[in-house]
Design a protein around this ligand. Structure first.
Ligand code: RM4
Ligand code: MN
Ligand code: MN
Length: 431
């Protein structure tokens, strides 16, 4: 099988002029950082180690309940999705793993899929379950919930589904499962607020008890949608309660779109870090709710402040800090591959800027109560144009200086559009 990642290779060699400009920008920035007592090399190395998983459902055009506007060359099969992820990885050097969503991307032949992914240089990250929709042929309905359903038989079915997802993940070499439940109610009185939580906890206990060695379980909260009155796992407090009750291998997952407006997400992150319960992230951005827009597109400073907490945790080697990073976006009007490339770039950039914070100075200003200079220390890092550092990390990884432009120059989309024409792939609706 041709490695589609290779097809993007010619575009990876930037023109001599682009390379020269990059080198000049990098040298100028390195010199400027040196005057601040910082080493560009250290940041470049750190960015080189940054990686984020791509979910299998992200390669097709997303949509809302009002419609979907698919673009050319969407992948029709899991193999084609992996080929697209390989391109994202090839161009960014930072997307080496795929997160499967089951049953949207239930593999027919698990060992073959694992081998094929390995050929493309890809592995598998946390697997995602789905009890928020009924599937064809499924005996019992999730209309009134899954883990919190009043009928024990429905709850058993949902637990069985999670066992299956874990088994698939294990065979693929993954080592975590993310549980996002749509369980909740639309009207007061529809469900018992306390009992529904107890039921979710009981089912999670069953799933947790069957976790393979070395595996972690992530609970992902969300304030509303599809439930509009009360969601069972609606906030980080509920998620933390679940993770703390389940045990050490249960941690919380923070999806950036799953907070009510104006929530201080970096504070939520700090709290979870303090409790050794921050398991992972779903990156995206939003203006109103769970909008699933490109990370960093609306609130880049917020994203930077979140990464600042993560970098602090890394430096302090906080107990239990091994976050699983995934992109969770809906590519409704951008080419999905281009949107993913832009996203990875934005994450690398936020991470690089967070590396530029002068931690010693910040701590000193905090201690002496110098509010203005403490804030300015963060702003200094955020306002530094760190793009040459990120480009340099990619160049050293054999990836592209500018992934989106390299992708366009590669002609990949037109080529797969020709190969994949006539495909009947219908990706999931709104994420
Ligand atoms: C949810 C949540 C989950 C994702 C689904 C599709 O809002 O973000 O992580 O798997 O959407
Ligand atoms: Mn999510
Ligand atoms: Mn979501």
């Amino acid at each position: 099988m041709s490695t589609v990642g290779d097809e993007a290779r010619p575009a990876l060699s930037p023109g001599a002029a682009a390379l020269r400009n990059h080198e000049r920008d990098y040298d100028a920035l390195a010199e400027r950082l040196a005057r601040r007592g910082q080493r560009a090399e250290t940041v470049v190395d750190a960015v080189g180690r940054f990686a984020v998983a791509v979910p299998s459902w992200a390669l097709g055009t997303g949509g809302t309940r009002f419609g979907r506007f698919p673009g050319p060359g969407e992948p029709r099969t899991l193999a084609e999705k992996l080929a697209d992820v390989a391109v994202v990885h090839r161009l960014t050097g930072a997307a080496p793993r795929v997160s499967l969503h089951i049953p949207w991307d239930e593999p027919d032949d698990v060992p073959a899929l694992r081998a094929h992914a390995a050929e493309l240089g890809l592995g598998f990250d946390a697997v995602n379950s789905n009890t928020f929709q009924d599937q064809p042929g499924q005996p019992l309905s999730y209309k009134l919930g899954s883990f919190s359903h009043p009928d024990a038989a429905v709850r058993r079915q949902a637990v069985e589904h999670h066992r299956h997802v874990i088994a698939v993940g294990q065979a693929l070499g993954a080592d975590a499962i993310t549980v996002w439940l749509a369980d909740g109610s639309n009207y007061p009185g529809q469900m018992s607020l306390r009992q529904s939580f107890e039921r979710v906890l009981d089912c999670l206990r069953d799933v947790y008890a069957g976790l393979p060695a070395g595996w972690r379980l992530f609970t992902e909260h969300k304030p509303y949608e599809p439930a509009f009155y009360a969601t069972v796992v609606q906030d980080w407090g509920s998620s933390l309660l679940l993770a703390q009750t389940l045990g050490e291998r249960a941690q919380c997952l923070v999806d950036l779109g799953h907070h009510l407006p104006n929530t201080n997400i970096e504070l939520v992150v700090a709290r979870l870090l303090g409790a050794a319960k921050l398991g992972g992230f779903h990156f995206n951005d939003s203006k109103y709710g769970d909008d699933d827009l490109t990370a960093g597109s609306i609130k880049p400073y917020g994203l930077f402040l979140i990464f600042h907490e993560l970098v602090l945790a890394e430096r302090e080697r906080l107990a239990g800090f091994r976050p699983a990073y995934m992109i969770d976006q809906s590519h409704n009007i951008k080419d999905p591959i281009e949107d993913l490339l832009q996203t990875v770039d934005q994450l690398q950039l936020a991470y690089a800027k967070a590396q530029l914070v002068d931690h010693a100075a910040l701590a000193a200003y905090q201690e002496s109560g110098d509010v203005l200079l403490a804030e300015r220390t963060l702003k200094d890092a955020f306002e530094t144009d760190a793009r040459p550092l990120v480009a340099e990390a990619r160049r050293r990884a054999g990836a592209a200086l500018d992934p989106v432009l390299a992708f366009r120059a590669s002609g990949y989309r037109a080529r797969v559009a020709a190969q994949r024409s006539g495909g009947g792939y219908v990706p999931p609706q709104s994420l």
